[in-house]
Ligand binder design. Structure first.
Ligand code: ANZ
Ligand code: ZN
Length: 831
C-alpha cells in the first residue's frame, strides 16, 4: 500500500473523528500530577497570523500533547479576548457592528485552529464578549466597590483623539498612543473609575519570588511597581515659612543640596510666583508644562523648563539656604511633588544645574578617583564615602551593603533625621491605581447607576449581567464614535434603591479586566452560580505553563496577578499567583518587521495550509528555532515550508513502503547498532521536549528518520521499534500523519492517547563528559552532557543551569563562546 502522501485526505479523515471522540476534553478535576497549559488568548481581530500559529499550534500544543503522553491530566483551553478597543477600532474601519464583526472572526479563527488540529478542549471555549462571561467582570467590580478598592475620581488623563478614549499610562509608548504611532495623547480632566491596585504593591513585588518567569519580565514588573525606600524631609521656605516635605531615596546626599525644585503644578509654587509678582508668566509656564506627558517630563537629556521662583529653601540639616525653582522634570504625582536637588549625584539635577549654571557639590567621594565639581560631565551615582557632610564624613555609602537595595549611609542619616524630628523613612511606589474606565461602546458596562438622590448605586447581583445594548445604530463619524450614551433608553433607568430616575454609567471597562481572570474561568467555564467552583479551580490552578508575547510583561500580567490576589482575599481560591511558568515566544517577522497585511509582508497561514497541510506547517513553525527566538520569514513566502513537507513525505514513505513487514514484526531483542541508535535518539528527543527545545528535537527526529531509511541490514522488529519511536515522538508535532501511520501499522487506539516511549538506559547509554559553563570567563557550573552534544543543546543546557542564571542575573549576553562538549562561555560585557 504505497499511496502518495495526501495531507488533505488525512485532515478530512481524522479531524471529525477527534472531534466526535472529544479527544482533548479535560476531566472536571484532575487526578495525579496535573498540567495546565495556556496560551494568552487572542483578540479575534481578523484571521490567524503566523505568530498565532507559532504560539497556539506550535509551542502550546506541542507541550499539551507531550504532557498528555507523559500521563498527565492536561487542561488546554482556548477562548477569545473579544471586547475592547482593537475589536471596536477594526469594526469602525469597516463600518459594521463590532458584535457582528467579532463573532464572524471568531468563527473564522476557530476553523483555523481546528484545521491545525490544536488539541483544545473546545467545550470550554468562550469569548469575553459573551454576556454570561462579562457578567463576572461586573461581579468582581461590585466586590471591589464594596471593599473600597474601586473608586471614582477626577483625574488628569491621557486622551487619544483617534481612539476617542483615555489611555492608561502603560498604553502610551514613547509619548505616543500604543494604537496610533503618530498620535500624541492630549491631557484632559475626566471623572474616571480606578481600581486600587496600589494596595497590592508589596504583595505583587514579594510574590515575584515564586515565579519561574523570564528575568526580563520580572525586571519590568519590578520597575513598573517601582518601590522606593527613602525618607521624607521637610524644608522651610525662608520668605514665607511654608514647610515643604520632599521625598528622597538618598538622604545621605543632603549636604550636597544646592537648589530646590517644585513640580509646576505644586500649589506653593504658584503662590511663590504670585508673591514675586510673576503670576501671569507662571500661568503661561504651567500651561506649557501641562502639554507634555509624564514620560517626556521624566526623560533624560532634554532641555528642562525652568522657572525661578525668587525664593530660598532652608536645608534642615545645616541651615543652608538654596534657590527655589519650578520645573517640568519634577512630577506632581510622585513623592510629594517637590525635591531637594543634588546635582553632583543625580543626573537630572546635574543636567538642570549645568543648564542654569547652578553649583555642583560632591558629597559622596568614590574610593578610586577624585571628582572635580567643575569638570564633571555627569552625576556620580556610584559608591563611595560621605564627605563635606559634617559628623557623617567617612561613612561608607554603598549600594546593597545592608542586604537590601538601600545603602547603609541612608539608614544612618535617616535615623539621625528621625531623632532630630527633621524627617522620617517612607516607601513610595511608582505604580498608580489602575484606570479602568474607557469611553467606548464595546466593553463591559459598569453595574452602577447615578441616582439624583442616592448618588452612585450598585446594581444588585441578581441584575447581572447588565448587557451591552445591542440595538445601537453603530455608525461612527469622523469625530464621534458610538458609546453607551448612544442608547438613551438603556441609559435612563430607575435607581435600584429608591426607584427614582437614574442614569447608567456610559463608560465601559478596560479590556484588560477580561484577561485578568479568564484563566480561572477556564477551569469551570459553564458555572452560572459562581465565577468558578473553588474546588475545581484550585485543583487545576496554577497555570503550569503560560505562553505569550513579551509585550504583556506589565499590563496584562500585573493586572492578572492583582485580580487573582483579590479573588484569593475574597476566599474564592487558595491561589496567590496564577502563572507558575511563563514563556515569551519570539516574533515572526518578514524583512525585519512584524508581518502585517498593510505592509504587504504577510504569509497567511491558510495559504500554507492549502499548499502543504497542517502537519508540515506545525513542523516548520517549531523547526525554525528555539521558541523564544525571533524569526525572520524568508521572502520566498509559503514555499519555505517545503522542507518540512518533504520530511513528512519521507516519514510517510518510510512506513508505507515497508508496511507489511512492519505490521507483523515482533518485539526486538539484542543490542544491535540500530537499536542503540534508536534509543539514543529517543533519549535525546525526550531531553529536548523536557526543555521545550522543539527545534533540536525535530532535527534529531530527522536524523532518526534517515538512520531508519538507510538501515538495510536491520531486522523487521528492529525497524518497527525505530518507526514506533519516530511516530510517537513526532505525534505532538504532526498529529495527522502520525495518527494515520499508526493505524496503518495496526496500532491500537489513537497514537495521541498512548504513553511516551521510554528509552532503555542500557541501549541509550551515551558517553558523558563534564561541560564547564562560564560567565565572563569564570566557571559558574559543571554539567554532565552527552559526548555528541550539539552547539544548540550545549547552549540550552548551559542556560538551563540555575546557578548560571543567577550569575547572568538579567544581564544581556553579548557573545556565546561554544565548544561542545567541553565548554560554554557567556560573555555579558565588552572585555
Ligand atoms: C535627592 C537625590 C540625590 C535623589 C541623589 C536621587 C539621587 P525613585 O528611586 O525613582 O523613587 N524625586 C522625588 N520625587 C520626585 C518627583 N515628584 N519628580 C521627579 N523626581 C522626584 O526616585 C526617587 C528620587 O527621585 C528622589 O531621590 C528624588 O531625587 C527624585 F543623589 O532626592 B532624589
Ligand atoms: Zn489612539
Amino acid at each position: 500500500m504505497a499511496e502518495p502522501y495526501d495531507f488533505r485526505a488525512l485532515e478530512e479523515k481524522w479531524l471529525p473523528r477527534w472531534e466526535s471522540d472529544e479527544a482533548w476534553a479535560a476531566p472536571r478535576t484532575p487526578t495525579g500530577d496535573k498540567r495546565y497549559v495556556l496560551e494568552m488568548y487572542p483578540y479575534p481581530s481578523g484571521d490567524m497570523h503566523m505568530g498565532h500559529v507559532e504560539n497556539f499550534a506550535g509551542i502550546g500544543d506541542a507541550i499539551a500533547r507531550y504532557w498528555r503522553m507523559r500521563g498527565h491530566d492536561v487542561l488546554h483551553p482556548f477562548g477569545y479576548d473579544a471586547l475592547g478597543l482593537p475589536a471596536e477600532n477594526a469594526a469602525i474601519t469597516r463600518g459594521i457592528h463590532p458584535r457582528d464583526w467579532t463573532y464572524a472572526n471568531i468563527d473564522q479563527f476557530t476553523r483555523s485552529c481546528k484545521r491545525l488540529a490544536i488539541s483544545y478542549d473546545w467545550d470550554r471555549c468562550f469569548a469575553s464578549s459573551d454576556p454570561v462571561q462579562y457578567k463576572w467582570n461586573q461581579w468582581i467590580f461590585l466586590r471591589l466597590l464594596e471593599r473600597g478598592l474601586a473608586y471614582r475620581k477626577t483625574a488628569k488623563v491621557n486622551w487619544c483623539p483617534k481612539c476617542h478614549t483615555v489611555l492608561a499610562n502603560e498604553q502610551i509608548s514613547s509619548g505616543f498612543c500604543w494604537r496610533h504611532e503618530d498620535q500624541v495623547p492630549e491631557i484632559r480632566d475626566l471623572e474616571q473609575w480606578f481600581f486600587k491596585i496600589t494596595d497590592y504593591a508589596d504583595r505583587l513585588l514579594d510574590d515575584m519570588d515564586e515565579l519561574e518567569w523570564p528575568d526580563a519580565v520580572l525586571v519590568q514588573q519590578k520597575n513598573w511597581i517601582g518601590r522606593s525606600e527613602g525618607a521624607v524631609v521637610t524644608f522651610k521656605i525662608a520668605e514665607t515659612s511654608d514647610e515643604i516635605p520632599i521625598f528622597t531615596t538618598r538622604p545621605d546626599t543632603l549636604w550636597g543640596v544646592t537648589f530646590f525644585v517644585f513640580a509646576a503644578e505644586h500649589r506653593t509654587a504658584a503662590k511663590l510666583a504670585e508673591r514675586a509678582g510673576k503670576s501671569a508668566e507662571y500661568a503661561a509656564f504651567l500651561d506649557e508644562v501641562r502639554r507634555t506627558t509624564d514620560i517626556e517630563r521624566m526623560a533624560a537629556e532634554r532641555e528642562r523648563k525652568a522657572f525661578n521662583l525668587g525664593a530660598r529653601a532652608i536645608n534642615p540639616l545645616n541651615g543652608e539656604e538654596v534657590p527655589v525653582y519650578a520645573s517640568d522634570y519634577v512630577l506632581m504625582e510622585y513623592g510629594t511633588g517637590a525635591i531637594m536637588a543634588v546635582p553632583a549625584h543625580d543626573q537630572r539635577d546635574f543636567e538642570f544645574a549645568r543648564q542654569l549654571g547652578l553649583p555642583v557639590r560632591v558629597v559622596i567621594q568614590p574610593e578610586d578617583e577624585s571628582l572635580d565639581e567643575n569638570a564633571m560631565t555627569e552625576a556620580y551615582v556610584g559608591d563611595g564615602v560621605m564627605v563635606h557632610s559634617g559628623a557623617f564624613d567617612g561613612t561608607p555609602s554603598r549600594a546593597g551593603s545592608t542586604g537590601s537595595d538601600v545603602r547603609e549611609a541612608v539608614h544612618r542619616v535617616t535615623e539621625y533625621l528621625e531623632e532630630k524630628g527633621l524627617g522620617r523613612s517612607e516607601i513610595h511606589y511608582r505604580m498608580r491605581d489602575w484606570l479602568i474606565s474607557r469611553q467606548r461602546y464595546w466593553g463591559t458596562p459598569f453595574p452602577v447607576v447615578y441616582c439624583t438622590d442616592d448618588g452612585i448605586v450598585p446594581l444588585p447581583d441578581a441584575d447581572l449581567p447588565l448587557e451591552i445594548p445591542l440595538d445601537v445604530e453603530y455608525k461612527p463619524t469622523e469625530d464621534q464614535v458610538p458609546t453607551l450614551a448612544s442608547a438613551p433608553d438603556w441609559v435612563n433607568t430607575n435607581c435600584p434603591k429608591c426607584g427614582g430616575p437614574a442614569r447608567r454609567e456610559t463608560d465601559t471597562m478596560d479590556g484588560f479586566m477580561d484577561s485578568s481572570w479568564y484563566f480561572l474561568r477556564f477551569t469551570d467555564p459553564q458555572n452560572d452560580e459562581a465565577i468558578f467552583d473553588q474546588e475545581i479551580a484550585d485543583a487545576w490552578m496554577p497555570v503550569d505553563q503560560y505562553i505569550g508575547g513579551i509585550e504583556h510583561a506589565v499590563m496584562h500580567l500585573i493586572y492578572a496577578r492583582f485580580i487573582t490576589k483579590f479573588l484569593h482575599d475574597l476566599g474564592l481560591t487558595e491561589l496567590k499567583e496564577p502563572f507558575r511558568k511563563l514563556m515569551n515566544q519570539g516574533q515572526i517577522r518578514m524583512g525585519g518587521r512584524r508581518m502585517s497585511k498593510s505592509r504587504g509582508n504577510l504569509v497567511a497561514p491558510t495559504d500554507v495550509l492549502d499548499k502543504y497541510g497542517a502537519d508540515a506547517l506545525r513542523v516548520f513553525i517549531l523547526f525554525i528555532g528555539p521558541p523564544e527566538d525571533d524569526y525572520d520569514w524568508p521572502p520566498e513566502g509559503a514555499d519555505v515550508v517545503i522542507g518540512a513537507f518533504r520530511f513528512c513525505e519521507r516519514v510517510w514513505r518510510l512506513v508505507t513502503s515497508n508496511v507489511d513487514a512492519l505490521r507483523s514484526a515482533d518485539a526486538p531483542s539484542g543490542d544491535g547498532e540500530l537499536r542503540r541508535a534508536v534509543h539514543g535518539s529517543l533519549q535525546a528527543i525526550t531531553d529536548r521536549f523536557e526543555r521545550f527545545a522543539f527545534n533540536t528535537a525535530i532535527s534529531e527526529m530527522m536524523t532518526l528518520q534517515r538512520t531508519l531509511a538507510s538501515a538495510k541490514s536491520a531486522t523487521a522488529p528492529e525497524l518497527r521499534e525505530g518507526v514506533d519511536v519516530l511516530l510517537h515522538t513526532l505525534a505532538p508535532i504532526a498529529p495527522y500523519i502520525t495518527e494515520e501511520l499508526w493505524e496503518c501499522l495496526g496500532g491500537e487506539g489513537s497514537i495521541h492517547a498512548r504513553p511516551w516511549p521510554v528509552a532503555d538506559p542500557a541501549l541509550a547509554a551515551v558517553e558523558t563528559v563534564t561541560m564547564v559553563v562560564q560567565v565572563d570567563g569564570r566557571v559558574r557550573d559543571r554539567i554532565e552532557v552527552g559526548a555528541g552534544i550539539s552547539e544548540a543543546d550545549a547552549v540550552a543546557a548551559a542556560k538551563g543551569s540555575e546557578s548560571v542564571r543567577k550569575f547572568l542575573d538579567g544581564r544581556e549576553i553579548q557573545k556565546e563562546i561554544v565548544r561542545p562538549p567541553k565548554l560554554v562561555n557567556f560573555v555579558t560585557r565588552p572585555a
